[in-house]
Design a protein around this ligand. Structure first.
Ligand SMILES: *Cc1c(COP(=O)(O)O)cnc(C)c1O
Length: 378
């Protein structure tokens, strides 16, 4: 029998029959968007689930990032990481803000706090770090720097749904945090996202900005965008929330197999689990050192593909290498040695709610076999 294809991610679709009653309610209410009942219910449910005070839903994470910068009136230059999904930096571009790339920490892959201060100029107004793969940033050090220099902090927490550190949500750090509920993420509303904030005034301002700037029927306070989440997606989100814990449990099971079976493989490393952190098992990146492993990252990536195992090279290329950004002084090769090295070595292994232990074993054996073959050919 042919091996089935294994994708890096798979959408967490709740059972269709469970979704039908929600749809019937929406049809009966005839209220499809603009802060409907399900929208309000989901904002409350997510605040409870995540352990945060205020949360504003968005139609996607990118518009949440763009709006967060506007809510804080960020201008000038913002310090950020090149090792992320492009939307992180695009959100700056859409606000006419100059990104200043700073290198990453080789242990966490997050923005290296020790390199932030050297990048601050009189035009710097904020720091936009990313909790990459759901690993919390050094939030304490970043807070100290932000306080010293009078900067705002906006966390791109697109990977950090449900992640806690010492028992509290990582989303409570910084001035604002942004989530993505895209179909490929651990928790999804198909497309969707949110801004997490700490007080009701800010939440209200964000709600104006995501609805054209309307404060009431006749008052428009700013050139806001339309970034509202509709009732069908909010209902999908409410239902998905009931299934997400089980999905995370399965991801944990698969990640456990990867950790156990790949731990002593020469030339392959993976991330350490940080003490006190309860993660969401969103991603399982491995880093391939060509000389020790025997073949390059790209060779392994394509060999896996031949065996119908689709990893993803997240995050490669670096954001700073795309045409829009590569001319910036901070995008220079020598400024970002760690990010560059990690981007050249990374493969995210398949990780989702629908993988079995047997699937994980098959993926592991493909990697072990490629390493063994490369060692024989040396
Ligand atoms: C997915 C993602 C986004 C964008 O979210 P969308 O909901 O797809 O717009 C932003 N930043 C990071 C780090 C992401 O992974």
């Amino acid at each position: 029998m042919e091996d089935k294809q294994i994708t890096v991610s798979s959408p967490l679709l709740p059972p269709l029959e469970e979704f039908m009653p929600y749809l019937e309610k929406i049809w009966n209410r005839k209220w499809l968007t603009n802060n409907g009942d399900y929208h309000q219910e989901l904002e409350k449910a997510l605040c409870d689930y995540l352990g945060v005070k205020h949360l504003a839903l968005f139609s996607n994470g990118t518009l949440a990032l763009i709006t967060a910068l506007q809510a804080l009136r960020i201008t000038g230059e913002v310090i950020t990481t090149p090792y992320s999904f492009v939307a992180t930096t695009h959100s700056l571009w859409w606000n006419n803000i100059k990104p200043v790339f700073v290198d990453i920490d080789p242990v966490t892959m997050n923005l290296d706090p020790e390199k932030i201060e050297a990048a601050i100029t009189p035009r710097t107004t904020a720091i936009m770090p990313v909790h990459v793969y759901g690993t919390p940033c050094d939030t304490e050090r970043i807070r100290q720097i932000a306080e010293t220099y009078g900067l705002q902090v906006i966390y791109d927490a697109a990977h950090a749904f449900g992640v806690t550190q010492n028992g509290t949500s990582v989303l409570n750090h910084g001035d604002l945090s942004i989530l993505s509920f895209h179909a490929t993420k651990t928790y999804s509303t198909i497309e969707g996202g949110a801004i997490v904030c700490h007080d009701a005034k800010m939440k209200q301002r964000i709600d104006f900005l995501k609805n054209f700037g309307f404060a009431d029927e006749t008052t428009v306070v700013a050139p806001g965008i339309n970034a509202k989440l509709n009732e069908v997606q909010a209902a999908y989100g409410l239902l998905s929330l009931k299934h997400v814990d089980k999905a995370i449990q399965n991801r944990k099971m698969v990640a456990g197999i990867y950790r156990e079976k790949l731990k002593n493989l020469p030339g392959l490393t993976f991330l350490h689990e940080l003490p006190g952190v309860s993660g969401n098992y969103s991603y399982f990146p491995v880093f391939i050192n060509e000389s020790a492993f025997g073949i390059s990252r790209d060779d392994l990536y394509f060999k896996m593909k031949e065996k119908k195992i689709l990893g993803r090279r997240y995050f490669y290329p670096l954001i700073s290498d795309f045409p829009t950004y590569r001319g910036l002084p901070s995008a220079a090769q020598e400024n970002l040695p760690v990010a560059r090295k990690m981007a050249s070595q990374v493969i995210c292994l398949p990780l989702h709610h629908d993988l079995s232990a047997a699937d994980a074993e098959r993926i592991v054996s493909v990697i072990l076999n490629e390493h063994a073959a490369a060692s024989r050919n040396k």
